[in-house]
Structure formats: C-alpha cells, structure tokens
Design a protein around this ligand. Structure first.
Ligand code: ATP
Ligand code: MG
Length: 297
C-alpha cells in the first residue's frame, strides 16, 4: 500500500518540483515503485521528466474533472519503476471547474485510491498556492514534505502554511502528518545559509529531515535534459543528497510499519521497540527523521 506524500509550500521556487522529481527517481532507484503526480499547471515535473507539451496527452485534468482512471493516465518515465501522472496548462481550468463539483476537495484522493496497491510511494507535486489543487493534494496525502529554501526570509509564509495544514487536519484530513521539513538550496560557503539552517532546525526541531539539499548546478541543469539528476550526473552532490533523502523516507516508512496498527503481529512491534521506536503508541502520525511527534498543532 503506497504512502502518499504531498510536496507543498505556497512559496514559489523553493524546490518542490526538484524534490518530487529527484526524490521520486531516488525511491525508484532504491527499488520502491513510485508514482509522481504533477498537480501544477506549470507542468514542471512533467517537463523535467522529459515530456514536452503534447495536447493529445491525457493529464491529471482528466482524472480530476472527468473521472478517468489514473491507471490510464499514468505514463512510464525513462526511470525504471517511476511513473508519472502528467500535467499541462488545462489544469488551470480545473481549479475553477472543481468548485461546483461535489466532494471537490477529495477528487484526487478518490482518483488515487484504486492504484495505491501498485506503488510503494506516491508523490504529489503541488503548485505554489493554497488553491483547490493543493487542498486536493493535502486531502489525498498521508503526509507532507515542506521544502524550505535556506535563504533570507525563509520562514516567510511558513506560518500560513502551517495554519493551513492545521485547518486541513481539523476538517478534511485528520491523519495528515508532517513527513518532514526539507532544507533546500543550502550553500555551505555562506554564513547566511548556515544561520538560516540553524534557525530552522531550532524552530522545527526533529521535524526537519537530517538530509540537507545543497545548492547544486546539476539539479538545475538536469531538467533541461529531461532526466532526474541521478541520470545526468550520479556523482553530483545534488543527486547524492536526494538518494540520501530517499533512504530517510524509506526508513521512516519501515519504522511506521513496525509501529503501526496496520501490522498487528507483535514481532514487528518488538523489533520497532528494539530499534528505539519511541513513538510506538503516541506518534503514529509522525513521519519525520527524528521519529518523534510531528503533528503541526
Ligand atoms: P514553483 O513554486 O514555481 O513550482 P518549485 O518550488 O517547484 O517552484 P523548483 O522548480 O524545484 O521549485 O526550483 C526552482 C528553481 O531552482 C529551478 O530552476 C530549479 O532547477 C532550481 N533548483 C531547485 N533546487 C535546486 C538546488 N538544490 N540547487 C540548485 N538549483 C535548484
Ligand atoms: Mg514546482
């Protein structure tokens, strides 16, 4: 059963798409069958995975508005084990067309349900806004990754996002967890980057992933070649950092299986306890690197 992770931050250009594409590829490389859903009309995940504009191609629009099965829309990427539900600019219309539709917040959740058995992870690349597409992403997700750029004013807008996450938990998705806060575009040559990273760690504590994504030109170049960084320059710091992040996400998923009620066999519970699974009872919604409680409220 797939773990569904939304990648969201209403701030633009913080690394959501770079994370969706490169974490997706890194999970697939780690033999975790993965689906990336491009839920942004900018269609940057779609083009970064090598799919240029094609009006004949079916996209997330058909799933959300016309109710077509995701299975018929998902396409195989060049990366074995990585599939994509593409987007294009028609998704702009979806935000308006969704408004009068019944259960408009749950359209993506309903669309994804039939394919959950097929994948280990489903990643949703959300647009830089808190519109109905992002709400659908957060309603469909088990957890959310929030990329934050290590720069001046990094926290700007984060409290608004956390308010939204709390509201979503109160209303449409009570089990939404924070998978982790991801520090992106970190430049270890600058004092500012170090200071911002330290501030974010002290503010969010164990909710922050151990992995930090460095500013790395290969991550910026790879999209123009239509491949994730690992297929452009596997030895680049950028590619390595996302492989590291994938390990963290997989380890968190394995910890949860050991702790969670979904596997009642006591053997796995004992193993989780032996592995230091302190959150065996209280923090089932937790997903971050520290393994401690990470609910946004
Ligand atoms: P939007 O809000 O517009 O959807 P986004 O949050 O998805 O943006 P990205 O598109 O992933 O952000 O990144 C913004 C720009 O920064 C892109 O040109 C991308 O290639 C570049 N970029 C992202 N992460 C890194 C990095 N770690 N190092 C260098 N460049 C990066
Ligand atoms: Mg994007």
């Amino acid at each position: 059963m797939a773990r569904v992770i939304a990648i969201a931050n209403q701030k633009g250009g913080v690394g959501k798409t770079t994370t969706a594409v490169n974490l997706g590829a890194s999970l697939a490389i780690s033999e975790q069958r993965t689906l990336v859903i491009d839920s942004d009309p900018q269609a940057n995940s779609t083009s970064s995975l090598g799919f240029q504009k094609d009006p004949a191609r079916r996209t997330l629009y058909q799933a959300l508005i016309l109710g077509e099965p995701i299975e018929r829309i998902a396409i195989q990427t060049k990366v074995e084990g990585l599939e994509l539900v593409p987007s294009d600019k028609s998704l702009v219309g979806a935000t308006v067309e969704l408004v009068p539709i019944e259960n408009r917040e749950y359209r993506l959740k309903e669309a994804v349900r039939p394919v959950l058995e097929k994948y280990s992870f489903v990643l949703i690349d959300c647009p830089p806004s808190l519109d109905l597409l992002t709400i659908n992403g957060l309603a469909a997700a088990d957890s959310v990754i929030v990329p934050i750029q290590c720069e001046y004013l990094a926290l700007e807008g984060v409290s608004e996002l956390l308010d939204t996450l709390m509201r979503i938990r109160r209303t449409i998705n009570p089990s939404l967890a924070i998978e982790g806060i991801l520090l992106t575009m970190y430049d270890d040559r600058t004092t500012l980057s170090k200071q911002v990273a330290a501030d974010l760690r002290s503010f969010f504590g164990p909710q922050v992933f151990d992995t930090i994504i460095p500013r790395n030109v290969r991550l910026a170049e790879a999209p123009s070649h239509g491949v994730p960084a690992a297929f452009y320059d596997i030895h680049s710091k950028g590619a390595e950092s996302y492989l590291h992040l994938a390990k963290e996400v997989i380890a968190n998923a394995q910890k949860r299986i050991g702790q969670g009620p979904e596997r009642p066999d006591t053997g796995t519970r004992a193993a989780a306890a032996a592995a230091g699974g302190a959150a065996a009872d209280a923090s089932l919604s937790s997903g971050s690197s520290g393994g401690s409680g990470t609910s946004p409220d």
